[in-house]
Design a protein around this ligand. Structure first.
Ligand code: ARG
Length: 571
C-alpha cells in the first residue's frame, strides 16, 4: 500500500482530487527503478493552458520529507505529456509495501458519497439466466471496489415479481396444485414449472389467458388478500433459495426489493407528478404513455395495471428519497439500454438533480454456458456443473494433488466457482463472448484456478517458514534490490495495486483488477523461482524474501476477495 505516500503528495496538491486520482506507479519499470522508486502524475491534455502555472506551483511546494525525496517536473515534449515525478525514499517505499499492518486507507472525501449498486435482479419463477449471473458477478465487484475505496455503498437486488406474466404464475400454481412442502423445498424450480404449465395451457385456451390477466389485475389492485399473502410467502422462499446460491458466489445484498413494491396503488403520486410535468399522455384506450425524446413508452396499461417502466420510475424516485444517493448504478444487460434511456430521461425531466447521477452499466452476452446435459436453466446447475467438472479434472490431474485432509466437495466448489467468476470477469463487460469449461479450468492459463493455485503456493511457503520470526524485521530496499530483478518487479507490481483498483472503479471494469492479478501471479511465480528461501544461506535475505512473499499473498488475497473469490490455502 502506498497510501501514506500518496497522502503526503495530495496534501500539497489540491489538483489531485484524492490519493488515488492520477498518481501512478509507471507501468514499465523506469531505467533507474532500482535506485529510486517513484510515483508520477501525468497531466491530462486539457490542462495544457494552466500547465505552466501548475508546474511552477509544484516546484515551490514542500513535500513531506519522510516519503518524498525529490520532485522533478518534466515539461511537455512533442507527443509526450507533461508530468511530475515524485522520487520516493526507497526505505519508506519498501516499508509501506511490506510492513505487517496495513490499514486500507479510506479517503474521507469519498465517504461523503453514497453509491447505490443495483445488480442481479432476477425474476421469480423465471430462470436465473446467464445474463443475471453476469449482472450478479459484475455488480458485486463494482460494489466491492467502491466499498474498498471508502465510498458509502448500498447493494440492492431488485427482483421481478410483478407484471402480467405473474398472473400466469398465479394461475399455474392453481392448475398444478402445488403443495407448500414442495414450494418450500425448491421454490424457484417449482414456481418455474407452474409458470411453464400455465403458459402452455393459456396458449391453448384463451379463457385461461383471460383468467390469468384477471388474476394479476386482482393481485395488483390488492383485492385478494389470501393471494397477496401467498405471494409474500413465495418471495420469502425464493430469497432463501437465492441466498444459498449467492453465498457460493461470495455475493451479498443490503436489501432485497421487489417490483411489486411499486404497484398501481403505490404509485399514484408518481403518476400525478408525471402528468403535472407534462410527461404523461393518455391514449383513447386508457393507456398512459410517457413521451421522452420523441419516443412514446407505455407505462400504464388500459386496465390500469403498471408496466415495467412505471415501476422503475417510481422505484428510482423512492430510492432517491430514502437513500439520498450521489450515484446509482444499474448493472443490467445491453438489451435493456432503451429502457434505461427512457427511465433516466423521464426522471431527469422531473428533477434535474438526477443528471449525472444515474448510469446503466451495460454488459454483453455470454454464449455457451450450459451443463453438459443441455441448457442450464438454473444457476445452481451451472455451479454444480463447475464443481463436478473440477472434481473430475482433479482426479486425473498431476499438478493439483488431491489432499485427503480437505473437504473435497467444498474445495471443488470453491475452485469451480472461482473458474466461473474469473472467466466472466476477465472480459470487458460490453463484449459478447463464448464460455468454455476447457478454458475456464486451466491451471496455467489466465483463470481463477491460477489465482487459487498461486495463493496456495504462497500460503504453503509462508507456512513452511512460520518458525522464522518476522515481526521485528525492517523491510530493506537495499537487500531486495540486490536480488535479481524479479524482486524489484514484484515490489513494483505490489505498488500498482491501488491504482488498479481506482482505474477499475473509474471504468467500471472488473477486468482491470483481474488482469492486474494475473500479472501479480506471474511476477510471483518468477520471484518464487528466482528467490528461493530454503536454499538461501543468508538469514537476512531469507527474511526479506519472506516479507516480500507475505505482501504478495496479502495483496493477492485482497484482490481475490474484491472479485468475490474465497482464497484457498490448499487445493
Ligand atoms: N428483472 C429484470 C429482468 O430480469 C431486470 C431488472 C433490472 N433492473 C431494473 N431496475 N429494471 O429483466
Amino acid at each position: 500500500m502506498t497510501s501514506a505516500i500518496r497522502r503526503a503528495i495530495c496534501e500539497q496538491l489540491p489538483q489531485l482530487k484524492n490519493i488515488y486520482h492520477a498518481l501512478e506507479v509507471p507501468s514499465k519499470l523506469p531505467q533507474n527503478a532500482a535506485t529510486r522508486p517513484m510515483l508520477q502524475w501525468i497531466l491530462p491534455a486539457d490542462v495544457a493552458q494552466q500547465e505552466h502555472d501548475l508546474l511552477e506551483s509544484v516546484k515551490s511546494q514542500q513535500f513531506d520529507a519522510t516519503y518524498i525525496e525529490q520532485v522533478r517536473v518534466v515539461p511537455r515534449n512533442g507527443r509526450n505529456a507533461a508530468k511530475v515525478e515524485f522520487g520516493i525514499r526507497p526505505d519508506a517505499f519498501t516499508a509501506q509495501l511490506l510492513q505487517a499492518k496495513q490499514n486500507p486507507s479510506m479517503e474521507p472525501a469519498l465517504r461523503e458519497e453514497h453509491v447505490v449498486v443495483e445488480y442481479s435482479s432476477p425474476n421469480i419463477a423465471k430462470p436465473f439466466h446467464v445474463g443475471h449471473l453476469r449482472s450478479t458477478i459484475i455488480g458485486n465487484v463494482l460494489a466491492n471496489l467502491h466499498q474498498h475505496l471508502g465510498y458509502r455503498t448500498t447493494r440492492l437486488n431488485y427482483l421481478g415479481d410483478w407484471g402480467t406474466q405473474f398472473g400466469l404464475l398465479a394461475l399455474g400454481v392453481q392448475l398444478s396444485n402445488v403443495h407448500d412442502a414442495q414450494m418450500r423445498a425448491a421454490p424457484i424450480e417449482t414456481l418455474y414449472n407452474a409458470y411453464v404449465t400455465a403458459n402452455k395451457a393459456a396458449a391453448a385456451d384463451p379463457q385461461l389467458a383471460q383468467q390469468a390477466r384477471e388474476l394479476f389485475s386482482a393481485l395488483e389492485a390488492g383485492k385478494d388478500t389470501t393471494m397477496s399473502k401467498q405471494w409474500e410467502q413465495y418471495r420469502q422462499y425464493t430469497i432463501e433459495e437465492l441466498t444459498g446460491v449467492y453465498e457460493r458466489l461470495g455475493v451479498h445484498f443490503d436489501s432485497y426489493e421487489w417490483e411489486s413494491q411499486y404497484s398501481q396503488r403505490d404509485i399514484v403520486d408518481v403518476l400525478t407528478q408525471l402528468r403535472t410535468a407534462g410527461l404523461l399522455q393518455r391514449e383513447e384506450d386508457g393507456r398512459e404513455i410517457v413521451v421522452v425524446d420523441q419516443r412514446r413508452v407505455p407505462v400504464i396499461k388500459s386496465d390500469g395495471s403498471t408496466l415495467y417502466l412505471a415501476r422503475d420510475i417510481a422505484a428510482l424516485l423512492e430510492r432517491q428519497q430514502r437513500l439520498r444517493f450521489s450515484r446509482m448504478l444499474y448493472v443490467v444487460d445491453n438489451g435493456q439500454a432503451d429502457h434505461f434511456k427512457a427511465l433516466f430521461q423521464t426522471v431527469s425531466a422531473l428533477d434535474d438533480r438526477f443528471n449525472d447521477k444515474l448510469q446503466h452499466v451495460k454488459f454483453g452476452r455470454i454464449h455457451g454456458m450450459s451443463t453438459r446435459q443441455g441448457n442450464a436453466i438454473f444457476l445452481r446447475d451451472v455451479l454444480n456443473e463447475a464443481r463436478d467438472v473440477m472434481r473430475e479434472k482433479r482426479s486425473i490431474s498431476t499438478t493439483t494433488k488431491v489432499n485427503n485432509t480437505l473437504d473435497d466437495d467444498h474445495v471443488c466448489d470453491i475452485l469451480g466457482v472461482s473458474a466461473v467468476l474469473v472467466n466472466v470477469l476477465k472480459q470487458r463487460r460490453q463484449r459478447d463472448y463464448e464460455f468454455s469449461w476447457q478454458q475456464a479450468l486451466q491451471v496455467n492459463g489466465d483463470t481463477g484456478i491460477k489465482l487459487q493455485y498461486t495463493h496456495c503456493r504462497l500460503h504453503n511457503l509462508l507456512d513452511n517458514f512460520k518458525h522464522i520470526e518476522l515481526a521485528e524485521v525492517k523491510p530493506s530496499w537495499q537487500h531486495l534490490t540486490e536480488e535479481p530483478a524479479d524482486a524489484l518487479a514484484l515490489l513494483y507490481e505490489l505498488a500498482r495495486f491501488e491504482q488498479c483498483i481506482w482505474q477499475a472503479k473509474e471504468q467500471l471494469e472488473a477486468c482491470v483488477v483481474v488482469n492486474y492479478l494475473f500479472g501479480l501471479c506471474n511476477a510471483t511465480s518468477r520471484a518464487l523461482k528466482r528467490l528461493p528461501v530454503k536454499q538461501e544461506k543468508c538469514p537476512e535475505k531469507q527474511r526479506q524474501r519472506l516479507l516480500l512473499f507475505r505482501a504478495a499473498k496479502r495483496t493477492l488475497q485482497q484482490g481475490m476477495q474484491l472479485l468475490g473469490l474465497k482464497p484457498l490455502n490448499q487445493m
